[in-house]
Design a protein around this ligand. Structure first.
Ligand code: ADP
Ligand code: 5GP
Length: 190
């Protein structure tokens, strides 16, 4: 039986652990393909162009917008972030499942154009946990951390627009739940 791939869209507040969960998931499920986003944000220490993001100038990003090369894009904390369309469309056509790790605005754009996607929200156990994770990660300036925390309460309420919610308290359990969602969706009849 041939089938189209499933699009899994993961969102949640910055610092909740989306990147960590997705990395572990992909190590367990190499047949899921992670879309690499483009951004105008500068790389953090240790981040690589083409692995973590495609780090683009504003002009190059806007050129891609004008050429309709994004499935969705959004301005997050004063920088552009977007999902290149070709990678996602090619894999879905081939029957491969694709994972997007994107912000809420982007996820809602995808939901409008692609309602058959599976939308998963990652919640922190508490705002205090989120703050300590952002601080422990140590990769954002204090101003950038404050900006992220100021929007997190609104973001945490947006889970109602998603199909599933996972509380990332114990990391291993959160990865297990994501894996379970993917496996269950693969068995779905409709
Ligand atoms: P996001 O991609 O959502 O911005 P990250 O994956 O970068 O978040 O995680 C932010 C920080 O929180 C990292 O330092 C990561 O190691 C840590 N972290 C992730 N999950 C957990 C967890 N379940 N418990 C404690 N710390 C966690
Ligand atoms: P960060 O700067 O911490 O890597 O990411 C900031 C926010 O941008 C996170 O919420 C992340 O999920 C989101 N993001 C990353 N890539 C994309 C994308 O392609 N599109 C959208 N809309 N958001 C993205």
């Amino acid at each position: 039986m041939t089938r189209k791939g499933i699009l899994f869209v993961i969102s949640g507040p910055s610092g909740v652990g989306k990147g960590t969960i997705c990395k572990r998931l992909l190590a367990k499920m190499p047949d899921v393909y992670l879309s690499i986003s483009a951004t105008t944000r500068p790389p953090r220490s240790g981040e690589l162009h083409g692995r973590d993001y495609y780090f683009l100038s504003r002009a190059d990003f806007e050129h891609m917008i004008n050429n309709n090369e994004f499935l969705e894009y959004a301005k997050v904390y004063n920088n552009y972030y977007g999902t290149p369309a070709a990678f996602v469309q090619d894999h879905l056509e081939k029957g491969n499942d694709v994972l997007l790790e994107i912000d809420i605005q982007g996820a809602m754009q995808i939901k409008k154009n692609f309602p058959e996607g599976v939308f998963i929200f990652i919640q922190p156990p508490s705002v205090d946990d989120l703050e300590s994770r952002l601080n422990l990660r140590g990769k954002d300036s204090p101003e950038s951390i404050q900006k992220r925390l100021s929007t997190c309460k609104w973001e945490m309420d947006q889970y109602i627009h998603y199909d599933y919610v996972i509380v990332n308290d114990d990391l291993q359990e959160a990865v297990r739940l994501l894996e379970a969602i993917i496996l269950a969706e693969r068995c779905r009849v409709k």
